[in-house]
Design a protein around this ligand. Structure first.
Ligand SMILES: C[S@@+](CC[C@H](N)C(=O)[O-])C[C@H]1O[C@@H](n2cnc3c(N)ncnc32)[C@H](O)[C@@H]1O
Length: 280
């Protein structure tokens, strides 16, 4: 397989194994990923139809509707991003971030320690403040709140029956688990996606919640200049049946179609889903 610059890529489109995917992820470039996915045109606050306001709005609604709160919120496959815990950090006493790739964990630690970061998260914090009915100027208080509640940035592997280190969570499990674009981007096929969903379901307490964001129509993305990662294609019906088969009751499902001006050559994502589900 050819990379963007014509070099051999680490991933294989057909028959990629979990081991090959894991090897490809070791080349993940946090700064490049953030720049491609979290700056304009892919991320914009000026356009109300942009994917970032879409997902921030749904995450905000997921926590406020039904007054979802608790002790522990865990984010699986955080990558180098923080947007996904900006609402939840107000509603949980502890937030645990996690990623498979050390460079991503380092990027998160840098932000937590106030060191220089590859992306300025200020507009994201400001947007979430507005969703919460606060002044955008409250963004630095929110950033401080997030820094104060994140207790760990842990290694994770969703393909292990116990994805997180032992004793990372209370014995009963997390009150809420969020995971964005991780399962389908690190599973070679539906069977391993379902298995991984079962593994992360095991991290949630009975009656706890799962917030899952993923890409539906996609076949690849580049998390580093020469690394093409094949991504499995999902559809809405598969998401619903996978959740049901893993013991979840679906509470909300939304689908987003990327407008033409957000299509890029570094991935072929066309639609995404957001799901809120309760572990029965
Ligand atoms: C598309 S990125 C998503 C990052 C971030 N959550 C976001 O919303 O942009 C996929 C993430 O899955 C992580 N990942 C890859 N293999 C994994 C595995 N076996 N277990 C857990 N996470 C994995 C990668 O390191 C990467 O950060």
């Amino acid at each position: 397989m050819e990379g963007q610059n014509g070099k051999e890529s680490a991933g294989q489109e057909k028959g990629t194994s979990k081991a090959e995917l894991k090897a490809s992820y070791q080349h993940f470039d946090p700064a490049l990923y953030l720049q491609r996915h979290y700056t304009p045109p892919r991320a914009s606050f000026d356009n109300k139809d942009n994917v970032v306001p879409w997902k921030l709005g749904l995450i905000h609604r997921a926590f406020t509707e039904g007054d979802l709160k608790g002790d522990v919120l865990v984010d699986i496959g955080s990558g180098p991003t923080l947007y996904q815990v900006m609402s939840g950090c107000e509603r949980f006493n502890r937030v645990i971030l996690s990623d498979f790739v050390e460079a991503n964990r380092r990027e998160l630690q840098n932000w937590l320690q106030g060191k220089s970061n590859s992306l300025d998260w200020t507009p994201f914090f400001q947007h979430v403040c507005k969703l919460e009915g606060r002044s955008p100027e409250a963004w630095s208080e929110k950033a401080q709140r997030l820094r104060s509640v994140v207790t760990d940035v842990l290694p994770v592997d969703i393909h292990q029956p116990n994805p997180l280190p032992l004793d990372a969570l209370p014995p009963s499990g997390a009150d809420c688990l969020i995971s964005c674009y991780c399962l389908e981007a690190s599973s070679p096929d539906l069977a391993s996606f379902n298995k991984a969903l079962g593994h992360i379901a095991g991290l949630i307490r009975q009656g706890g919640h799962l917030l899952l964001i993923g890409t539906l129509e996609i076949s690849f993305y580049y998390p580093a200049p020469d690394v093409r990662i094949p991504v499995m294609r999902l559809d809405e019906a598969q998401v619903c049946s996978s959740l049901k088969n893993c013991g979840f009751q679906l509470q909300d499902l939304s689908v987003y179609y990327l407008p033409q001006d957000m299509h890029k050559t570094t991935d072929d994502a066309r639609s995404m889903f957001f799901a809120k589900a309760r572990k029965q």
